[in-house]
Design a binder for this molecule. Structure first.
Ligand code: PHB
Length: 396
């Protein structure tokens, strides 16, 4: 065969493989053993940078544990730093979908950025696995057969804290968060549970994302004198709030509670300022599940870092994709069978076994946790097997 003929054949196969995807012909890329292209779109800079790293590590650990392959096929990673910037979300997602032609999108942390990814996933039919962003709409009004989440909705970990506080006789609460989707939805979840259990919201305070100038807000809180404050913050912003709260003399005077993102992944950075803080979340460091111990050991050994909830969610995204691709033996073009397998998967997660709701969000236990030393220690179950209400989801 001449050089030209060889080139021609390769070109033909490439074109035929591309056409097969559209025309439903046998999947040639699959037949030729091509790698599965995974697009990781996560924050690697800014206040959520550490969260993006933990998710990436967790995902790659799951792939390594299944022999570096999924459904028998090798993996190729494409990575984009989304900077937690919603205004760049469309361009960044298109880099992966249009330029790199990934088979699967994995991302992201920030709800506003995730909305851009959801839009493109819905338009192009690309499989999207969300390993953090809690935007209620992603598995609510905008739910879709090709959109799955391995983390939570913003409503989910916040809602149970309302009853926990009201049952303790805490009746007057001020809320504080960044003014964007995740913060607002988390506060709404808390309010729903709290008001139902007899509580009253005295004031809702906000600052723009990712601003961390808390001083005037803390002065205002001191003058309102609520029974407690419920917050949504995460990453570097959460660490800063915890330190400022102590420096302002509020620690020990007014109870500080939040969705558990507040204290996850930052305990080394904040020292004793976090001691005793109570939060609700779907994971706790020392949780006694069959998987947690080995997961924590393997993660620490591989990355020389302690895992947190974000690492768990990334790991579970890898487990979910592995479970789906196993059933179709790596043929990602068999979308119907792939999605059916992902819907049915029972994920043996470090957080405990969880299943997928009809809207493609985890049905999971929400734990009450308390910071003891460098650990988010589980002290109880705030809500057993909690499913998001998935308001507005019509799976077509
Ligand atoms: C979100 O934007 O949905 C978000 C970000 C960080 C978290 C949790 C939720 O820790």
């Amino acid at each position: 065969m001449s050089k030209n003929q060889a080139f021609g054949r390769r070109e033909f196969l490439k074109t035929a493989a591309a056409a097969a995807g559209v025309a439903g012909l046998p999947n040639l890329a699959f037949a030729q053993g091509a790698k599965i292209k995974i697009g990781l779109m996560l924050p690697y800079t800014g206040t959520y940078a550490q969260l993006g790293v933990a998710i990436t590590n967790g995902f790659k650990l799951a792939v390594e544990e299944s022999g570096g392959k999924l459904g028998g096929r090798e993996i190729e990673y494409f990575t984009v730093d989304d900077e937690s910037d919603p205004s760049k979300a469309t361009d960044n997602t298109n880099k992966l979908v249009t330029r790199d032609k990934v088979d699967v999108l994995v991302g992201t942390v920030h709800s506003g950025v995730a909305m851009g990814m959801v839009k493109i996933a819905r338009e192009t039919g690309t499989l999207l696995i969300i390993p953090n962003a809690g935007s209620d709409a992603a598995t609510g009004a905008l739910c879709a057969p090709n959109i799955f989440r391995t983390s939570f909705t913003n409503w989910q970990p916040a809602y149970p804290m309302g009853k926990v506080l009201a049952d303790r006789g805490i009746k007057k609460v001020v809320t504080l968060t960044w003014k964007y989707g995740a913060g607002e939805e988390s506060i709404n979840g808390f309010k729903e549970g709290f008001i139902k259990a007899g509580g009253t919201i005295m004031k809702e305070l906000y600052l723009p994302f990712p601003n961390v100038e808390f001083q005037s807000l803390l002065t205002e809180i001191a003058s309102i004198k609520p029974d407690a404050v419920f917050v949504f913050f995460a990453g570097g912003g959460g660490a800063k709030l915890i330190k400022d709260w102590q420096a302002a003399g509020l620690k020990g005077k007014i109870g500080l509670y939040g969705a558990g993102f507040l204290t996850d992944g930052i305990l080394d950075a904040v020292g004793d300022a976090a001691e005793g803080l109570e939060t609700t979340l779907h994971y706790g460091d020392g949780i006694e599940t069959p998987k947690n111990k080995t997961f924590r050991l393997n993660y620490a050994k591989t990355f020389k870092l302690q895992p947190d909830v974000y690492a768990v969610q990334g790991y579970d995204a890898g487990l979910l994709l592995a479970a789906g691709l196993k059933v179709v033996s790596g043929d990602i073009s068999k979308k119907k069978e792939l999605y059916a397998a992902m819907e049915k998967a029972k994920i043996d997660s470090p957080r405990g076994v969880w299943t997928m709701s009809k809207s493609h969000n985890p049905v999971q236990d929400i734990y009450l946790r308390k910071v003891v030393g460098k650990e988010n220690k589980v002290t109880g179950v705030a809500h057993k097997a909690l499913a998001d209400p998935a308001r507005g989801c019509k799976m077509g």
